[in-house]
Design a protein around this ligand. Sequence first.
Ligand code: NDP
Length: 444
Amino acid sequence: MTYVERVLDDLKKRNPGEKEFHQAATEILLTLEPVINAHPEYEKAALLERFTEPERTVLFRVPWVDDNGVVRVNKGYRVQFNSAIGPYKGGLRFHPSVNLSVIKFLGLEQILKNSLTGLPIGGGKGGSDFDPKGKSDREIMAFCQSFMTELYRHIGADTDVPAGDIGVGAREVGYLFGQYKRIRNEHVGVLTGRGLSYGGSLMRKEATGYGLIYMTAEAMKQRGDSFKGKTTIVSGSGNVAIYACEKAQQLGAKVVAMYDSNGYIYDPNGIQIDVIKQIKEVERARIKEYANRVAGATYTEGCKGIWTIPCDVALPCATQNEIDEESAKALIANGVQYVGEGANMPSTLEAISAFQKANVVFLPAKAANAGGVATSALEMAQSSGRLYWSSEEVDAKLKTIMINIYYNIDAAAKKYGYEGNYVMGANIAGFEKVAEAMMAHGIV
Ligand code: NDP
């Protein structure tokens, strides 16, 4: 058994039942073999054992009162995974599917993603099994205040800087920040994704989706290709999906399908993103409304069918494991050329392998969706410098960062003889920097 296999085996035994965490660790560690082989000192320092064990895990109770006066209790999580290269940084997810395994998979991915941005941020992730869907604003506020009443003691502008993720957008970040400020009596950059009136950065909302498209467009450009005329599917209809769709369309793509967790819409004339924004951002309604409002569009209950629609580009931007092997094979059979992951771990291990075997250009999440956290780090820089950058400045920096990440992962894959394998390239490029910092810090 190799060192990597032994660590993986041990990790599965010591973290039983954490299937998403096992999946992410397997995907990452198996691709690190070439780096590990080149550095025998890592094994002596138990580097991988330390890399896969969070520095700190905080689990807490979140009690709150609903609009009927009923006391509710949710679980709260913050996994401070790795601070070798900077303060912990990573989003908060509010969704009923959240458990420790999900938060740990996201946290592990986040370490490498944050490293890839080239900015000084470590990896962390948190959240709750609270479901914001269908809750009143007052209920959301009560929950966020209770959540922060415990979280505040574990975070700080130089310690751990959370942000949004699924179910946590501008509204939730506002309530969380308000409560932090009230308890701590300090107005600092302790959360990113803040509103523009209280220290947020322009372009943060657009950053993950736009960043995904900047990287995918660069991969196309390197191949003498572009988004022009490409039939594209963007799954999800949340923050990442909406701005991925918007930027892809600006570059000439025809986005024909999107979904929410109930079903998908198909619009052969190209999705009207303003209608989606109105339904999702303003009304917080279901996507099936789109088919009632736009002539020629159809709605189908259930999500999986979206991947059977023929397309050139697939951009999964909703959640983990939304593309399984069967869906990947359907996409390949229909001629997909590019897959860019906007969501975290949206493709199963089998799906990734199918894409790679079919020579589909596959851009993995930790590189392709790093634009969000990169812009969060730019928000941190603006907060600590009391600076304010224009949209154009932030957008230009975001674009440069995404293009740099693309060429870094491309170079890392080539360096170890795996040209075009961006899963390996991203894991290796992200890991090298973290490993070097961890070795420099001694056994901690
Ligand atoms: P949002 O909550 O804004 O949107 C999530 C979207 O995905 C919604 O349309 C939601 O539908 C859909 N969705 C959620 N769960 C499922 C499911 N099980 N099946 C089908 N659809 C589902 O989240 P974000 O856009 O912020 O995040 C999307 C993904 O991108 C996540 O994987 C997140 O970790 C990742 N990401 C986000 C970043 C950011 O800056 N926001 C940064 C980097 C990664 P419904 O409304 O019905 O629940």
